[in-house]
Design a protein around this ligand. Structure first.
Ligand code: TMO
Length: 322
C-alpha cells in the first residue's frame, strides 16, 4: 500500500490531465458553437468538384470542425442532403443538376445557400484545331453540323458511319444530348456515345488529334480547358422550359448557368459558424479552373491539389473565415 500510493496519485494526475485536455478540446468546439459531429461533404466524378470538396473540408478543419467525405451520385445527392445524410453541396451546376436541386428544394429539408461568383456553361464543343484543320467549316454555329461533309470527318469505328459526339457519363444529364440531336434533325448524320468518365473525355481529345479526325465532346466551364483553345457550339439559345424534362421540344442549347451551394436545413443550427462561412464562400472561374488543372494537367491527387490550392490561395479563403 505504501509503495502503491505514489503510483495511484500519478494515475489520478494523468487521468485528470486527460479529462482536462479532452474537456478543453470540447470547449473549443463549444466556444465556436459548432457541433463536433462531422460535416458530410460529397465527392462526385469531375476534378474541380473533388478538389473543392477537400478545399472546403480543409477550411472547415482549420476552424476546428470535423469533416467526412462520401462519394455520392451527383443527381441523388440532393435527396441525400434533403434528408440529412449529406450536409452540403458545393457545386450545383444548373444545366446538369438544376432539376434535382429544385425538386429537393421544393420538397423541403434542403436550403439554397447562394451562388459562386463563377457562371457556368455545360455543353458540346470542340478543340479549336478541329476548325483550323477545316474539318467542319461554319462552327461554332450548330447548323454547320447539318453538312454531311462535316459529319463524315467525325466518324469512328463504333459510330455506324455517322459522326460521333462523345457525351459525358449518362449520370450527369441523362438523354439530354441524344434528344437534342434528334430534335434538331441531326440524327441521320450524328450519333451520341456516353463516356464512362471525365478522363475518357480528355483521352478522346488526345486520341482524335493523333488520329487526325474531328472530335466533339461534352465539356464545361469553369474547367482546366478554359483559355486552352476549346470552343462550345452555339446551339439555339436556352429558354426556360425548352427542355423535354420541362415540357419543351428540346431544340435548345444549355443555359448560362448558376453554380450554387446547398445545405441540409439543420446545418446552420448544428454548425452555425461553418454554415456562415460556407454561405460567404464564393469561388471564381479562375479559382475553379485552377483546382481542376492541378489534377488534370499537373496530375496531382485531389487531396494534394486541395492542399496546394489552400497554400497558394490563403488570401482568398481566409477572408471567408473572418
Ligand atoms: C456537372 N459537370 C460539371 C460535369 O457538367
Amino acid at each position: 500500500m505504501k509503495n502503491k500510493l505514489p503510483l495511484l496519485i500519478g494515475a489520478i494526475v494523468v487521468i485528470a490531465g486527460l479529462v482536462f485536455f479532452m474537456g478543453g478540446g470540447d470547449k473549443t468546439a463549444k466556444k465556436s458553437g459548432d457541433s463536433s459531429a462531422p460535416i458530410v461533404i460529397p465527392t462526385h466524378n469531375w476534378s474541380s468538384q473533388i478538389v473543392m470538396a477537400y478545399v472546403i473540408g480543409g477550411i472547415f478543419e482549420s476552424m476546428g470542425n470535423n469533416v467526412s467525405y462520401v462519394n455520392a451520385d451527383s443527381q441523388a445527392v440532393y435527396e441525400s442532403i434533403r434528408i440529412g445524410d449529406v450536409t452540403i453541396s458545393h457545386e450545383v451546376w444548373e444545366s446538369a443538376f438544376g432539376k434535382s436541386f429544385t425538386t429537393a428544394l421544393d420538397k423541403g429539408g434542403l436550403l439554397d445557400w447562394g451562388d459562386h461568383e463563377a457562371r457556368t456553361l455545360e455543353d458540346m464543343g470542340y478543340p479549336n484545331w478541329v476548325v483550323d484543320k477545316g474539318l467542319c467549316p461554319g462552327l461554332p454555329d450548330w447548323t454547320a453540323l447539318k453538312n454531311p461533309d462535316c459529319a463524315k470527318n467525325f466518324v469512328t469505328p463504333d459510330s455506324g458511319g455517322k459522326g460521333r459526339m462523345l457525351e459525358g457519363p449518362q449520370t450527369w444529364h441523362g438523354d439530354l444530348i441524344p434528344q437534342r440531336v434528334d430534335a434538331l434533325g441531326l440524327g441521320d448524320l450524328w450519333m451520341v456515345k456516353f463516356a464512362g468518365s471525365a478522363d475518357a473525355l480528355w483521352a478522346e481529345l488526345v486520341a482524335a488529334e493523333k488520329e487526325g479526325r474531328g472530335t466533339i465532346i461534352f465539356n464545361w466551364t469553369p474547367n482546366f480547358t478554359d483559355g486552352a483553345g476549346f470552343t462550345f457550339i452555339d446551339f439555339p439559345p436556352y429558354t426556360a422550359g425548352c427542355r423535354p424534362e420541362d415540357g419543351g421540344d428540346g431544340k435548345c442549347g444549355s443555359p448560362d448557368g448558376y453554380l450554387k451551394k446547398a445545405v441540409h436545413e439543420d446545418f446552420p443550427k448544428t454548425h452555425p459558424n461553418a454554415a456562415a462561412v460556407f454561405k460567404k464562400m464564393s469561388f471564381t472561374t479562375s479559382h475553379i479552373g485552377a483546382m481542376a488543372a492541378l489534377v488534370d494537367i499537373d496530375k496531382m491527387t485531389h487531396e494534394d491539389a486541395a492542399k496546394k490550392w489552400l497554400a497558394d490561395n490563403e488570401k482568398v479563403w481566409k477572408k471567408f473565415i473572418k
